[in-house]
Design a protein around this ligand. Structure first.
Ligand code: AMP
Ligand code: GLY
Length: 424
């Protein structure tokens, strides 16, 4: 079959690598892709925001399945437009994508269905929000309702920080995404990510992961899109996964179906594992980046039949096999990220790094210039390894990192530290 993958990050490189390995696939394209994806797929310069152009490409090239990587095209309704044109797409409809594109929508859905999450209120008015904040006290969490590229959350440790966040968000700091704010209870516990495939009615658990959002070692510095991840997350025991399914995921699928917006695609639950059990922090309607990279390395089965089963409502009797190993990914970023950084710097040593046993290098933001690979983004490479333990995967990943010559890049040196500490 012919597949078109949409996106250009490390998540999409990992998906392209996995999809390209499927014997079912005769042709794989990726739009727009990157220099690493170009080794797995034919990259096409399609504007993903131009749905008519994507549909025309699919018809001209007899594309059987479109796999959507990032959230923005889903929130813009690409799955609906493809379906209307008779083209199968993996990813939720625009309405179902509200689980990520509107935090208020998700909080209301949780409240109506007794799904455990932080207590909250929604606000458009600055004075009302501040009155609520003063009544609740700090620490307290302020979130922009809409998509804000992972930057829309302020965990305020003081009332002054919380009030400043309200002024900034409702004052237009995130544009339309912040026209409404959710103010919620601060939860304590250990965070974990839980991924499931959904077909509208059924959910198939994929795997768990933990990421490192802060830019510097010791989980210090500003938040980023993710500086590394590992799988499985030790806190997600079988019992905790089952509770998450029963108390969070399945009630969400039932509620979405009842609202006439059945959820199909991958659902990424960001969880806080509290003393009372799992509570939902947020949903994303796509694979995590860089969590996808570790998931794909651990998945033994062919991914493509699973994606088709999700599209076709056939997950009930579906199963996937996984390597028992752990996987870990280290993000290499351009110096300055998540602030300003330079593009176009030269990266060398990638082949030697990829030769380390158990290592796959996924490109997140690169472009080719003849034979040279140049940095072309903030997060640039995902050095990913599988191993018998998180410690073993970590050792392989850093062995590969140390073979990469890129003076203008940096990475954290402690990815996986919590899991490694638990193993020893
Ligand atoms: P999000 O973008 O919603 O994942 O939030 C970013 C980060 O903010 C999360 O990974 C948590 O570390 C933190 N966070 C979000 N909501 C809460 C909450 N209610 N209590 C404590 N921490 C939170
Ligand atoms: N790594 C977090 C995310 O993809 O949202």
């Amino acid at each position: 079959m012919n597949i078109l993958l949409l996106g250009s990050g490390g998540r999409e490189h990992a998906l392209a690598w996995k999809i390209a390995g499927s014997p079912l696939v005769s042709k794989l394209w990726c739009a727009p892709g990157n220099a690493g994806i170009a080794r797995e797929a034919e990259c096409v310069a399609l504007d993903v925001a131009d749905h008519a152009a994507v549909i025309a490409f699919c018809k001209a090239n007899k594309v059987d399945l479109v796999v959507v990587g990032p959230e923005a095209p889903l929130a813009a309704g690409i799955a609906d437009d493809l379906a209307a044109a008779g083209i199968k797409a993996f990813g939720p409809s625009k309405a179902a994508s509200q689980l990520e594109s509107s935090k208020g929508f998700t909080k209301d859905l949780c409240k109506a269905n007794n799904i455990p999450t932080a207590a909250y209120e929604r606000f458009r008015d600055v004075d009302a929000a501040k009155a609520y904040i003063r009544a609740k006290g700090a620490p307290i969490v302020i979130k922009a309702d809409g998509l804000a590229a992972g930057k829309g959350v302020v965990v305020a440790m003081t009332l002054a920080e919380a009030e400043a966040a309200i002024d900034m968000m409702l004052g237009g700091g995130f544009g339309a995404a912040g026209a409404e704010a959710v103010v919620e209870e601060f939860m304590t516990g250990e965070e974990a990510s839980f991924f499931v495939l959904c077909d509208g009615d059924n959910a198939l658990a994929l795997a768990t992961a933990q990421d490192h959002k802060r830019v510097f070692d010791g989980d210090k510095g500003p938040n980023t899109g993710g500086m590394g991840a590992y799988s499985p997350a030790p806190v997600m025991t079988d019992a905790m996964c089952q509770r998450t399914m029963d108390e969070i995921i399945l009630p969400t699928l039932r509620a979405m179906k009842a609202r006439g917006m059945p959820y199909k695609g991958v659902l990424f639950a960001g969880l806080m594992i509290t003393a009372d059990g799992p509570r939902l922090i947020e949903y994303n309607v796509r694979f995590g980046d860089p969590e996808c990279q570790v998931l794909m390395l651990r998945m033994m089965s062919d991914l493509v039949p699973a994606l088709l089963a999700a599209c076709d409502g056939q997950l009930k009797h579906f199963d996937l096999r996984w390597y028992p190993d752990a996987a870990l990914t280290v993000v290499m970023a351009a110096k300055g990220y998540p602030g300003d950084y330079a593009k176009g710097t030269v990266i060398e040593g990638l082949d030697a790094a990829a030769a380390v046993d158990g290592v796959e290098i996924f490109h997140a933001g690169t472009r080719a210039d003849g034979d040279r690979i140049l940095a072309n983004g903030g997060r640039v490479l995902n050095v990913t390894a599988r191993g018998a333990s998180v410690r073993a995967a970590q050792a392989s990943a850093y062995q590969a990192v140390d073979r990469i010559r890129w003076p203008d890049g940096f990475c954290r040196r402690d990815i996986g530290w919590q899991a490694v500490a638990r193993e020893s």
